[in-house]
Unconditional design. Structure first.
Length: 242
């Protein structure tokens, strides 16, 4: 979307009965808003169906591109709300230089923002809401009270952050909410339930449908699928309650 802050491709299989896990391709030409999401318990207390953990895999980044993840120092709810209202929150976000292959898991409560000049895949719990703390003066609704109440505004230190070798086989996330892995034609994820398969290169085919880079398939348990020998795949699956 030339001239727009963000272009999105949502990979949805059943619009009337959505999967609990959603994948998006994001293309940014401007910074996206500073956001935070509640966890499941906080969401339920607010009458929402569930919270939102998410993760990002950077596919391409312009030289000055950055991701805002966490804050440069701990902030309590009152400090965060005040910074969101006066605009100083932008300087309090930890802006990390972004490169192809960067992977970050963003737990609920993490204050975060996606900068300009990025192409990335986002995998998230399906949740049709956002607590927007700050939007650079754009005329959209903010949710400072709700957002500051659920935020854990502190420096980011999630151990799942890494630099991905696109040619390798690797389990990137192993719960507690979902699993994500990268691999080739023989890639697999433990557990049961539908699996999202997103080709980063090559082709994946199932039930007569094929997907290439920028697309994806949802594979149910017991459904056979094949991938081309040059395929590099990102797989995602919810962790089913025990």
């Amino acid at each position: 979307m030339a001239g727009e802050p963000v272009g999105e491709i949502w990979l949805e299989d059943r619009p009337d009965d959505p999967l609990p896990l959603l994948a998006k391709y994001l293309f940014t030409s401007e910074k996206l808003s500073v956001q935070v999401h509640p966890d499941d318990a906080q969401a339920h207390m607010r009458g929402l169906p569930g919270g939102k953990d998410e993760c990002w895999l950077v596919l391409d980044a312009e030289p000055e591109a950055a991701l805002g993840i966490g804050t440069v120092r701990p902030l309590d709810a009152a400090e965060l709300a005040a910074a969101a209202q006066d605009g100083s929150i932008e300087a309090l976000i930890d802006w990390k230089p972004a490169r192809r292959g960067d992977f970050y898991y963003i737990p609920a409560g993490t204050v975060h923002a996606i900068g300009a000049g990025l192409t990335l895949i986002e995998v998230q719990q399906t949740a049709d809401f956002t607590y927007r703390l700050y939007d650079y003066g754009r005329p959209r609704a903010l949710h400072v009270a709700d957002g500051s109440a659920v935020a854990v505004a502190q420096p980011y230190a999630d151990p799942r952050a890494c630099s991905v070798d696109f040619a390798a086989e690797r389990l990137l996330v192993d719960g507690p909410i979902f699993r994500v892995a990268i691999g080739g034609a023989g890639a697999a994820l433990a557990g049961s339930g539908p699996t999202l398969i997103l080709p980063l290169a090559g082709t994946v085919t199932a039930n007569g449908a094929a997907a290439t880079a920028g697309e994806g398939l949802v594979i149910d348990d017991g459904t056979g699928w094949t991938a081309s020998v040059d395929a590099r795949l990102l797989l995602a699956r919810m962790v089913q309650p025990s």
